[in-house]
Write a protein that binds this ligand. Structure first.
Ligand code: ACO
Length: 279
């Protein structure tokens, strides 16, 4: 059947209690990423990034898929028909929103409800945390249709999995269940499908309790230091904390005050009350 879904309908979202639930919304095409979807996703995440009523973004999929990867018709075949210009243009539209999400202001969680293939590993890695239904299926299916896992997918497998597992996964094109994906390091945890949303909500609520500036600095630091020497990382982290003090000078003082003076919490056991902090 010809694609009839309008560009603005390829992504859906709702905000509930400071969690933005963003959905790949092409269930009839297993949420594969077309140029339209990539453009719309960029618009949606841009729109949500600095809203005060959003503290955490969850990326999930409508229907049986999280995302069946890149759209073989619209992303690959139609773009190739326009030559190199078409190919590069489509790649940029996809990679741009994945990059935006990697360095997003708010913490992000991939809630993998079903199929997750190939190009889907890009946004999967962009999300800071990932939770999957045990029944979900993950695959680098590229080898099955005669290409290599591009668009960052090979890099994601190599970064998140031990070498032997990444290699096996990439060259056999065999799928992993959500449960195996958790064991192999692709996602944090897998739970039965009917418990997935509750588990993700629980984790999101935990993140909502934290200081939002500290969480942004921390998540960026975890991504950045991987490629640094120890000394470079040490220096980067000193500067990152100093710039945090610059943007949110009260945080550290307030966290210390509530522990040492007020004795209202213990940092080893949970977060200080960020709502009491002067802004
Ligand atoms: N690109 C284009 N169309 C797709 C894609 C895709 N990646 N995935 C699914 N569709 C379309 C199907 O062609 C079909 O369209 P139609 O109804 O017009 O015929 C529709 O979505 C439903 O797909 P089915 O195959 O009928 O759904 P089913 O639930 O039986 O299977 C599955 C789901 C396993 C995900 C299957 O659709 C599939 O193998 N898709 C391709 C997965 C893949 O290899 N993605 C590319 C990874 S490589 C990369 O991203 C670079």
């Amino acid at each position: 059947m010809a694609e009839v879904r309008k560009e603005e309908d390829t992504v859906a979202y709702e905000i509930v209690d400071r969690i933005a639930w963003v959905k790949f919304n092409r269930p009839e095409k297993r949420n594969c990423m077309s140029p339209k979807l990539n453009r719309q996703m960029k618009r949606v995440i841009d729109e949500l990034e600095f809203r005060d009523d959003v503290g955490v973004l969850v990326l999930t999929g409508e229907g049986t898929a999280w995302s069946a990867g890149m759209d073989l018709q619209e992303y690959f075949r139609d773009s190739a028909a326009e030559g190199l210009k078409g190919v590069r243009h489509s790649q940029r539209e996809a990679y741009t929103w994945w990059e935006r999400l990697r360095w997003y202001q708010k913490p992000t969680i991939a809630m993998v409800n079903g199929w997750c293939f190939g190009g889907g590993y890009g946004p999967l890695f962009s999300c800071d945390l990932a939770y999957a239904a045990e029944e979900a299926q993950f695959g680098l299916s590229e080898i099955n249709w005669g290409i290599l896992p591009g668009g960052g997918a090979t890099k994601v497998a190599q970064l998140l999995m031990p070498f032997r597992k990444a290699m096996y996964h990439a060259i056999t094109g065999e799928n992993l269940t959500g449960k195996e994906a958790a064991e192999w390091g692709l996602v944090n945890e897998a739970v039965p499908a009917d418990e997935l949303k509750a588990r993700v909500t629980e984790v999101a609520n935990k993140l909502l309790e934290k200081n939002p500036f500290a969480i942004k600095a921390t998540k960026d630091a975890v991504r950045r230091v991987g490629e640094m020497t120890y000394d470079n990382a040490e220096d980067y982290l000193i500067r990152a904390q100093e710039s945090l003090d610059h943007f949110d000078s009260e945080a550290r003082k307030e966290g210390t005050r509530q522990f040492l003076d007020e004795k209202s919490y213990k940092p080893g056991l949970g977060s200080y009350d960020v709502n009491k902090q002067k802004r």
